[in-house]
Design a protein around this ligand. Structure first.
Ligand code: AMP
Length: 282
């Protein structure tokens, strides 16, 4: 595995590989890698000739500075995991490399309602930060295919919007959420849960399953209320439990019985903010 810290050096190498006909697949991450990240790498490995992974904890997407400070960093272990997943290139830029002009005044992207709902509502500026870093990473790597996790459902939609806005002809491949054996979605933030909280954390998945099992045509208010009660009982402080159209992410208070729906949850447990979602299967 070759490591690059500088955009120029990375680009010269990739240009050469591209001229040799290599198709580039890209998995951007913030490190503290787990089996969820590895599954993206495995999918990408099969679908491309040259596998690039980036590790960069992007300051511009953290609306809460404390969350940024506490973000886990496990670079040595990450490098070993990446090498055993047959990653060809690790891109490890620092803040100055990606934001040479600083981060105070950055461009804004027209994300419309996507940044006003759910994560956009509760984490103001978060998706602008995601777009700012993704634009820079994609300019540097210029992959054919980009692999991201369904775990961050809204983020996938935002990044697709970014690809559309910037006219980048990159195929976004959304990979399924990898879960712990008890159902908890894998996340770098899970490391911050105390053993007691870790046991309770399964509550989010249980709530998603409850909604999946009980969704019926018509008004959704009482189902969502029951789900709130269920999750609150396990000790979570809920930000949202929402049902939306799975394709457009438009929030729904009623279900027509046929359109594909997704349930999305964000909630705090023990001071750790967890998110998860489930596409409803009927
Ligand atoms: P992060 O390092 O949290 O920015 O995540 C990097 C990529 O891994 C994103 O595309 C995430 O959606 C994806 N990812 C994170 N957790 C999981 C998971 N449990 N299953 C599948 N993909 C995941």
């Amino acid at each position: 595995m070759i490591q690059f810290k500088k955009i120029n050096a990375l680009q010269s190498y990739l240009n050469q590989q591209r001229m040799n006909g290599k198709k580039i697949g890209f998995v951007p991450t913030m490190g503290a890698l787990h089996a969820g990240h590895i599954s993206l790498l495995e999918t990408a490995r099969k679908a491309c000739d040259l596998l690039v992974c980036s590790i960069f904890v992007n300051p511009t997407q953290f609306n809460d500075p404390k969350d940024f400070e506490k973000y886990p960093i496990t670079l040595d272990t990450d490098i070993k995991l990446l090498a055993s997943a047959n990653t060809d290139i690790l891109f490890l830029p620092n803040v100055t490399e990606l934001y040479p002009e600083g981060t105070a005044q950055l461009e804004k992207y027209p994300l419309d309602f996507l940044e006003q709902i759910l994560e956009g509502e509760f984490r103001p500026g978060h998706f602008q930060g995601v777009c700012q870093v993704m634009k820079r990473l994609l300019d540097a790597v210029e992959p054919e295919k980009l692999f991201m996790g369904q775990k961050d459902y809204q983020q996938c939609m935002v990044v697709q919007r970014l690809l559309d806005i910037t006219g980048k002809r990159i195929e976004l491949i959304t990979c399924p959420t990898i879960r712990e054996p008890d159902g908890l979605a894998m996340s770098s933030r899970n490391r911050r849960l105390s053993p007691e909280a870790r046991e309770k954390a399964i509550g989010i998945y249980k709530t998603l399953e409850y909604i999946n099992a009980n969704l019926k045509k018509g008004h959704l208010d009482s189902l969502l209320k029951e789900a709130h009660t269920l999750l609150e009982k396990t000790g979570f402080q809920i930000e949202y439990i929402t049902l939306a159209n799975a394709k457009s992410l438009e929030i729904r208070n009623e279900w027509d019985g046929s359109s594909e729906m997704v349930c999305l949850i964000a909630a705090f447990l023990d001071g750790v903010r967890l998110i998860d979602n489930m596409v409803i299967s009927k």
